[in-house]
Structure formats: C-alpha cells, structure tokens
Design a protein. Structure first.
Lengths: 357, 324
C-alpha cells in the first residue's frame, strides 16, 4: 500500500438544529457525517460514492477546511489539520485544493480567466513571483487543453466543459499534492464528460496528484479510482479496491446500488439481477439504531437493530483471503458478485416491498 | 401508429438571431411501444415533446412546419380548446423536476383530483377518492393520510410518483416522460423506472422517453431516435443500435460513457462542442466533430438513409460506420 498522505479518522460533522429566538436551545442535530475513516495513499485516487444526502460533499469540504469537523481528525502527512489556524493552515491549504461541481457558479463572472486562475498566486505569492504569473496562467490553460490566448476572456464566453477546465486549472495553480474533486463532471453533457474525465486522468499522472474523487455516478468513479469507499447516511459502509467493490461487493447497500446502475447494453436486460430497494433514505436527523441501512435491507435481522456493525474485514472472509476480504460494515456480509452466479450465493431477484421498518 | 410526427420544424427568436431548435424531425410511436429520444442538451428533444403536447412557449417559439398526427388527427390544426381536451386525457407528460412542476400551495390530493373535476366533471369528494386510488397504484405508502400533504412533504422519488400518478390519472394512450429520473438517485431511479415500465404494460400505453442516459435507454426502450442539433441522426430498434451504431455521433456517445463492466480503457471523447443553434454548421451538422467527415459532409446535408427495414441513419458514410 502506498504511504498515506491523508488519514481521516472518526470524522464527524453535526449541524445543530435549534429552536427559539431569545433562548436558543438545541433540539437535535443533522448528523451529516457520522464517523468516517479512510486514508489516501500518495499518488492514489480514492473514489467516494453515495446518494444525495450521504455526507460525501461535507467530507470534501472538511478535507479542504471549508468546514470544521465536530469531532475526529484529518491528518495530512501526520499533522492534524482540523485544529490549525493562521499561517500553518494557509500552508496546508496550498497543498490541498478543490475542484467544484458546478462550473457555472464556482467562477466569478466579473473576473477574467487569467484573474481567476491567477488569484491563488495573490494569496500565496511565494509560489510565483509577480512578473512570472501571466506566463504561468497561460501554461496552465495549455495544460488543461484551452487556448492560452483566452486569458482575457470572461467565464460566460465558455461552455460548461471549458469552464470546468478553468476550475481544474485554478485547482492546479499552486501545484498542490492533493486534489479534492466534488462531482466535477455531473453538470456536463455526456460527450463532454469524457473529455474532462480523460483530462483529470492525465493530469493526475502528470502532476503525481493524490485525488479524492466524489461522485454519485458509479461508472465514472470506477473508471477513475484505484480504491472506492461507499457512503450511506454519513458513514462509509464498504471500502476496497475497485475490483473488490465492483466485482465482489459484500455489503447489501453496495450490491443494491450496483445492481441499480443502468448498463448501456440491451442484451443484458433480460438476465440481469436487480435489487430494487424499498423506501427512502432515512433523515440524517433521525438515524436508525444499530446498522443505519437496516430499514431498507432485505437481510436485516434483530441483531442489526442492536449492534452497529464495524467497518472491518468480516471474520469469515479473513482466513480465506481473496477479493471478498475487504472492509464491509455488515453483520451478514456475503460476496454478491455482480453478473456472475456462483453457486450458493445470495442475490435476491426481486425487490422486497415489505422490508422491515 | 398511435402518434406520428412528420417533418416538424420549430424556431425560437433570440437576441442573437433565430435559433433553429427542431429541423425536420419525424418519428412515430405505436400503442404499447417505448420510444427513447436520446440527445444532449440543446439537441431539440424536449422542444419536440413540447410541440407535441402543445405547451411550447409561443412566442418566442414558433412551429414553422410539419404535422403531429395523433390517433389520425393533426394536432397542430386543432383549436386551443379542442387541444386542451386531448392534453391530459389522451396524452400526458411527466417532467424532470417534480418539485417545480407541482403546485407548492395545493395539497397533492387536490392536484391529482383536479384532473377528474376538470376533465370528468366529478365532485370534489369523488375526485379525492380517485386521488387516493391513484396514489395507491403508484405505490405511495399510506396514501389515505398522505393525500392531504403538500409537495414539500414528499421525498424526490415520492414526488416523481405523484407526477406519474397525475399523468396516468385519465388513462391516456400516450405518455411523454422528459428526463423523468435525471434528478433522482440511482436506487430511486431504479424504483421509478420499474414502476413506469410496469404501468405502461398494464395500460398498454405508448411511451416517449426523453433522456440523455444511454443506460436507462438500454434498460427500457424498444426503439431509439438519436437527436443532434434539431435533427434525428439515427433511428433504430434498441438492440441494433447498441450492437452496431450506424452514425458516428451515436458511436461516439456509446464509446464515451464509462461502463461498470469495462474498465481501464481511455474514454473516447467526441471532440469539440455541440453547435450553437443560431449557427448550425452547413451540410451535416455533426461534421466539425466527426472522425469520418469528408468534403461532401461540409456541403450536403445527409438524408435519413435506410440502413435496414426499420432503421435509418443520417450519415453519408453509414456503411463505413456500421462496419466499425
């Protein structure tokens, strides 16, 4: 395993819910992120997938210090960055940069492209001396596949895909070691998505970046990631290499998620096994006891309501090894290889309308 | 044929000139058939649907030519009050964004019931009972209690079910679903698509599914029409198109989506951008982005060549494309 550049342990972010104007009292909390652990190796791409409201964007914001965690730590090269302030924080921020989802709102419409990409140098002047900046910005434009002549144009003169390239160039300006990309292609058209994904793939190799790639699209995450973490309701429920997760998922949620992804192959539709989950994701203000997925899980038993399953390699896979032996937070984890029917494996064919809860 | 669109043209007047959103689209849907209209933003897929439904914004939009023949009548020739009788009762539409398509100040039950009071002249009490029945049918749990609730009290998936219930209310012969699951998470998308497919079979409705998602199309469609810059560039049964596309744009789209089952290859990226509709390139609109483009493509607009019995491709070099 590559040496970790970021280690996240027991990360928690709760947003308090208050009532009353004069006497404000806390009546509850939105538990957006509720105990997340992962590490990011040097030069590695970690994909984080999950549905809306699972807390993946909140994790991204905490990684770049746009939000302070309620508890837990984020270690960058061994140093906990969640407690930093002032100069020390600024130094760390230089090395962890973010690419945002919406290229339409994340670029200032009144600034030229040159100013947008060059702004990081105003904040961190030590990276590029004043006289050198224009050339650097033009180099960056070239690197992300835009004409360096465009330096004086404004964001509205560009298409969505081109704007996302500008956002990426800004993220790269300070030569960071880590890039956190939150849904960088989901606002783009299909034919343009591929251009941006290929660009990010190439830049990651060229600049030896470590990436956290957050998305809801499982196919894109698989394409770009070395390792994948699956989030549900504020927690990572399963994590492993892309093959482990996509070909040997052991957590029921991952299995359901994967089976729900439409595959662009009409031949497959007759003999695909689909798990249709019942119900909706519970509210993060009122998280179920025990395993938080149990209210939608077809395997849930009494134990699931009592005990919180730990994110670890299930004991029954530990001895045998193999691709099913990876971290999975389920009491009844079982290898549910997708698209293959090995004997003795449990893959339900139909949705279970009357699941518990 | 339940619905046949023939050579439809729609323009929009904009500050930058006339945007030709739809330039001669023809397609048809049979009873019980699912036609997927596939295209990127600005391809004209939604505008075509709006013209069929008669909900196009006029002005700035304008239908400049063509016919929309539905159950033997050209809808474009009907008067507005006759059109209104068709809309909702004979054909209905499901929109992408359920939250902004539902009225936030009316309860869900009132909105569903309105279909029956307006079109069928039912009493409010009977309409309310019908609303509950419909909500049951689209599997909204606890329909009797939830019928009194407002749209904001429903989750995204449940709201989309309300939209579906509303579209189904009068048992129309045709439903047009414009990106019905784009705003939903994948597990919820699976629920909604499954429901839609089931109801379609049950009522034997025709379905036009407008989408940009090649995966969703492969799952549910019988036929596909691929749109680019306001024209249909390829039209074919679903199995044929995925096996061997006959238009370079379709091929490009198929190769540019990352797939769960194929990892590690670099994605094919269609170069360039979709055209500006006020300045559609002459000849074949796709030629500036096309790997097969030659001189003839810059000057002559390709007709929809017959590739096979039920298959067409608007490419001069469809044979080449078909053979990979």
């Amino acid at each position: 395993m590559a040496e970790p550049i970021i280690e996240v342990s027991d990360l928690v972010k709760h947003y308090p819910l208050t009532r009353g104007v004069l006497f404000r009292k806390q009546v509850g909390a939105v538990r957006a992120v509720d105990g997340v652990d992962f590490h990011l190796g040097r030069g590695e791409t970690l994909g984080i997938v999950g549905e809306s409201g699972c807390g993946k964007s909140t994790v991204a914001k905490m990684l770049v210090n746009l939000e302070r965690p309620t508890a837990g730590s984020i270690r960058y090269k061994g140093e906990d960055i969640t407690r930093l302030s002032g100069r020390a924080l600024k130094a760390v921020r230089r090395n962890i940069q973010m690419v945002f989802q919406d290229p339409y709102t994340s670029l200032n419409p009144r600034m030229t492209v040159g100013d947008i990409i060059g702004e990081p140098y105003d904040i961190h002047p030590e990276v590029a001396p004043k006289g050198d900046r224009r050339r650097r910005v033009q180099d960056l434009l070239d690197v992300v596949g835009l004409d360096p002549e465009y330096i004086n144009r404004y964001p509205h003169q560009f298409s969505g895909g081109q704007r996302q390239r500008i956002g990426i160039a800004r993220g790269l300006a300070l030569r960071p070691e880590v890039i956190v990309a939150d849904e960088p292609v989901s606002a783009l058209d299909v034919s343009v998505q591929a251009q941006v994904i290929n660009l990010m793939d190439r830049l990651q190799r060229e600049f030896e970046l470590s990436c956290v790639f957050i998305a809801h699209d499982l196919s894109i995450v698989r394409h770009i990631s070395d390792r994948v973490g699956v989030m549900y309701l504020g927690r990572i429920v399963e994590t492993g290499t892309d093959t482990e997760i996509y070909e040997h998922p052991t957590h029921p949620y991952t299995q359901a998620l994967l089976s729900a992804v439409p595959v662009p192959d009409p031949e497959a539709r007759e003999h695909r096994e689909r798990i249709i989950l019942s119900g909706d994701v519970p509210s993060p203000t009122n998280i179920p006891s025990g395993c938080r997925f149990r209210t939608r899980c077809w395997k849930a038993r009494e134990r699931c309501a009592r005990e919180v399953p730990a994110l670890a390699v299930p004991a029954w896979f530990r001895t045998g090894g193999g691709p099913a032996a990876h971290d999975s937070a389920c009491h009844f984890a079982a290898d549910g290889s997708i698209g293959r029917s090995a004997p003795g494996q449990v893959v339900p064919l139909e949705g279970h309308g009357g699941g518990p809860g | 044929m339940l619905l046949e669109v023939r050579d439809l043209h729609v323009e929009f007047r904009t500050r930058d000139g006339v945007a030709r959103a739809v330039n001669g689209v023809s397609y048809g849907v049979d009873e019980g058939e699912t036609l997927a209209v596939l295209g990127e933003s600005g391809s004209g897929k939604s505008v075509t649907a709006q013209a069929i439904m008669g909900i196009l914004d006029v002005p700035p939009g304008r239908i400049t030519g063509g016919e929309v023949v539905f159950q033997g009548r050209d809808l474009l020739k009907l008067k507005e009050d006759e059109r209104r009788k068709v809309r909702g009762a004979e054909m209905s539409m499901i929109f992408q964004d359920a939250l902004s398509s539902l009225n936030p100040v009316l309860s869900v039950g009132d909105q569903l019931g309105e279909m029956f009071t307006v079109h069928r002249g039912m009493s409010r009490k009977d309409a309310r009972a019908k609303a509950v029945e419909l909500m049951d049918r689209v599997r909204i749990p606890a329909a009797r209690e939830r019928v009194k609730q407002y749209p904001h009290q429903f989750s995204g998936g449940m709201r989309q079910r309300v939209m579906i219930a509303m579209a189904l209310a009068l048992e129309p012969a045709l439903i047009i679903a414009d990106e019905p699951t784009t705003a939903l998470d994948v597990t919820v998308q699976a629920q909604v698509m499954e429901l839609l497919a089931e109801l379609r079979r049950e009522y034997r409705m025709g379905l036009i599914l407008i989408t940009h998602d090649l995966g969703v199309v492969a799952d549910v469609a019988d036929r596909i029409a691929v749109m680019y810059a306001g024209r249909i560039v390829e039209s074919a049964p679903v199995h044929d198109i995925y096996k061997a596309p006959a238009h370079p744009y379709t091929r490009g789209l198929l190769d540019s989506v990352p797939r769960l089952d194929l990892k590690g290859r670099e994605l094919y990226a269609i170069k360039g951008l979709p055209p500006n509709l006020t300045h559609i390139p002459p000849g074949c609109a796709f030629h500036p982005r096309c790997p097969l483009a030659r001189d003839v493509c810059r000057t002559d607009e390709p007709p929809l060549h017959e590739v096979a019995d039920t298959r067409g491709s608007a490419c001069h070099f469809w044979r080449e494309c078909l053979n990979g």
